[in-house]
Design a protein around this ligand. Sequence first.
Ligand code: URA
Length: 205
Amino acid sequence: TSRAATGGNIEAAWAALRDEAMACTRCDLFRPATQTVFGEGPLDARMMFVGEQPGDQEDLAGKPFVGPAGQVFDKAIGEAGIDRSTVYVTNAVKHFKFEQRGKRRIHQKPDAGEITACRWWVEQESLLVKPKVTVALGATAARSLLGKTVTIGRERGRPIELADGGTGWITIHPSFLLRLPDRDRAEEEYAMFVEDLKGAARLAA
Ligand code: URA
């Protein structure tokens, strides 16, 4: 889907893409999941954020980053001076992968095959939005963006040239902060996360 091929009607192309994604069977994750959680945000956004996959609440709401990780995300981008309503937010994998334990649905990491299967959608979203900077939140997003395994600690917080000519920027996933038991460490990591986001925002300005 290119801008030229759709006569410049990017909104319509995006809606068609999202509708197509709602019926995606590229991997088996669509079976137990409630629905496809597609990306959202203005299609002229200068920044695109890529998360891992929808969580329990996102799976039910049909929207990315609305659960606990989403709250950390909103707070951190706000502190970095980024208005969520101006950015496009999506996930590397668009169905919630979980293990049922009683009534609870426990998050499971998407594997390489699932990331690869879903990568096509992220690429199409990127072709429509053409963001100046694509921020990968965590290892799954970074793997989707770069097509290989990367070490977040080594690659974070600096521009990375992407195959499509865009610029990538890697940082941690907000849920990493929720898993840190040590309060001081969590505050330090949170501050570093905000700094990464500020750097990405400067690049996108
Ligand atoms: N975590 C993600 O990576 N994405 C979401 O949409 C929610 C939680």
